[in-house]
Design a protein around this ligand. Structure first.
Ligand SMILES: [Zn+2]
Length: 610
């Protein structure tokens, strides 16, 4: 009888059984809500604090967050579900790794030697390569060559085997079309590749005046460590004062910048007497990350089966390529909603389930995933190395961005988005019922291939459910902070989730259904399309375009056959599967940013979906 106690029709039963029934086991945990909200506020405030450093893989902050989550699991009484009796499932993510501190020594016209300090006056950039170069320094403006606008910072200056020093960004003057053209040369990688093309030996980059306005901050090595850099030259981000010194004063640099922008003419020139010796040693290695796994056992005939309750706890750290911040500066991307909120809700659920006595049904495996933002790495790793058989995993329940519950304009009810209700027969009805009971306006999407960790399980044919509360203006920006979280809303989502998970743990094992619109049947794919035909026999990472349909968004945005799509809105595209997954999560009318490689050069293109 206890198994189905939560059904409204037999809700009276637990009341009759007296003291053995815990408050948590009842479907409505309303009396505990104040306590729950206080706990959730505490958790999300910590996870989104400066101390956790935006939970970027490779930071100490993400390890603090991991310890915190493991500690909450331990305090709640969850069994360690990781390796060697721990709560952790370690794995690695490929990244560029610095072998030793880089060196940058300048020699001036009077023979003066200036040894710059890594981390103070310069940082090597992971986007570049290794090398030890000693050569005269040449100022090459913004390092941009743009045929369409007839602008070339390299036109009247010899840089062969020289070290070029460049300004970040692009000249700001001129009409819109012209500045948009010039901006194409602004990304670091484009500057590096262009310098390489012109025969430079190494690249030094200083912030432009705008970026430096409230502090001439440097990007550290790790900022770009996860990009698959194609630059071969050693590259350093150096302070403006270094270039100012070579030019003969602070004013000389600002004047130069202004002149270039006003005239839209390069002012590149030699810096007589100045040489630099730059030495960077790095390799393509890996950094250690970990999933956190805690287990609450079930009881009865289903106790050997599993339901996974997941939420990724990593975020963007100090920024990097997935940041949507208008200024690319090192800034803690707090990730309160993304995904401090899901992690917090998952931990709250772990506490509630751990407190239940003799819960009949499947084992619940709570997992905080890492590496989601860099490409669903943690969930993918778990699915390749499951700690509990995936065959015996009945379903996966994912929470990612559940902290911004807002009212729906038409119904006035708080709007909760779900995905995956098409991956098993009973899911749709379950969500509608629970949504109604908890007063949500549910927006249910059948596909289980949305852009979060449930997609990894869905591709292993595990039925999935995913809840979230939609995008917002702080998404992937430093301003996604805990004070903007709707704590009460998050608690309400936890209440609904609790009932959903109880059901998932007790229902007949749901049979996985392949949703029509999912990858594998692209003819019936209902999401927005770019109008490209992928090259299917391609083996490399990314999505190689076979052909482009005239008049469709891709063609309009200038994409061509043989372009390799490597990211959408900063999320890595590894293959057609991730491409469909991520594009399927976007709507017609959205503008997406596609990262692509053309002729070995990385660039980004904005595409309006239709
Ligand atoms: Zn995110």
């Amino acid at each position: 009888m206890r198994m189905r106690r939560w059904f409204p029709s037999i809700l009276c039963l637990p009341l009759l059984t007296g003291a053995a029934v815990t408050a948590e086991e009842r479907a409505a945990p309303a009396p505990a809500s104040a306590g729950a909200e206080a706990r959730m506020r505490r958790d999300i405030t910590f996870l989104a604090s400066d101390e956790c450093e935006g939970r970027g893989p490779g930071t100490r902050g993400i390890d603090k967050a991991a310890d915190y989550i493991a500690d909450q699991f331990r305090k709640a009484g969850l069994k360690p579900g990781g390796v060697d009796g721990s709560y952790f499932q370690p794995f690695t993510i490929k990244a560029n790794v610095l072998d030793e501190p880089a060196r940058l020594v300048l020699t001036g016209p009077k023979g003066q030697t200036i040894a710059l300090k890594q981390g103070v006056q310069f940082w090597p950039m992971a986007l570049g390569g290794s090398g030890n170069e000693k050569a005269p320094v040449v100022f090459a403006g913004y390092g941009i060559t743009n045929e369409k606008t007839n602008y070339d910072d390299y036109a009247n200056v010899e840089v062969d085997n020289r070290i070029v020093i460049l300004i970040r960004g692009a000249p700001k003057g001129g009409d819109k079309d012209r500045s948009r053209e010039l901006m194409k040369g602004a990304p670091f990688l484009n500057k590096i590749v262009n310098a390489e093309k012109h025969g430079a030996a190494a690249v030094l980059i200083v912030n432009d005046a705008d970026t430096a306005r409230d502090g001439d901050d440097l990007l550290d090595f790790n900022y770009t460590a996860f990009e698959r850099g194609v630059g071969k030259l050693p590259v350093c981000h150096v302070r403006r004062s270094v270039l100012e010194r070579m030019l003969g004063g602070a004013e000389a640099l600002t004047t130069l910048e202004k002149d270039i922008s006003r005239e839209l003419k390069p002012h590149s020139r030699e810096l007589p007497g100045w040489t630099a010796n730059v030495s960077v040693k790095m390799h393509r290695g890996a950094i250690d990350v970990k999933n956190i796994v805690g287990v609450v056992e079930g009881a009865g005939p289903l106790a050997n089966e599993t339901v996974v309750v997941g939420a990724h706890y990593d975020h963007l750290g100090y920024g990097g390529s997935s940041s949507l911040s208008p200024v690319r500066k090192m800034a803690v991307h707090h990730g309160a909603d993304d995904n401090g909120s899901g992690t917090t809700t998952m931990m709250e659920l772990a506490r509630r389930f751990a407190a239940m006595r003799d819960r009949q049904g499947r084992r619940l495996v709570f997992i905080a995933f890492s590496g989601e933002e860099l490409g669903l790495y943690g969930s993918e790793y778990y699915c390749k190395h499951p700690l509990f058989s995936l065959k015996e995993t009945a379903s996966m329940f994912n929470l990612d961005m559940v902290g911004r519950l807002r009212s729906d304009k038409t119904s006035g009810k708080p709007k909760l988005l779900s995905e995956g209700c098409g991956t098993a027969k009973p899911f749709r009805e379950l969500l509608d019922k629970l949504g109604e009971k908890h007063g949500f306006k549910m927006v249910n999407k059948p596909s289980g291939f949305g852009p979060s960790d449930h997609a990894s399980f869905c591709s292993k044919e595990v039925p999935v459910l995913f809840l979230w509360t939609d995008y917002h203006d702080d998404y992937h920006r430093p301003s996604d902070t805990s004070d903007k979280i709707n704590i009460e809303g998050m608690r309400r989502i936890a209440d609904l989730s609790q009932e959903a998970i109880l059901t998932l743990a007790r229902m007949d094992k749901p049979e996985y259904i392949k949703v029509k619109s999912d990858p594998g049947s692209p003819m019936k794919y209902e999401g927005p399309t770019l109008g490209i035909r992928p090259s299917y026999d391609d083996e490399e990472e990314g999505l190689l375009i076979g052909s482009v349909v005239e008049g469709r968004p891709a063609a309009k945005a200038g994409l061509k056959a043989d372009d390799r799509i490597v990211s959408i809105d900063g999320k890595p595209i590894k293959n057609i599967q991730t491409y469909m997954t991520i594009l399927g999560g976007r709507k017609k009318g959205d503008t997406i940013e596609i990262g692509l490689i053309r002729n070995g050069k990385k660039q980004t293109v904005k595409v309006k979906l239709e």
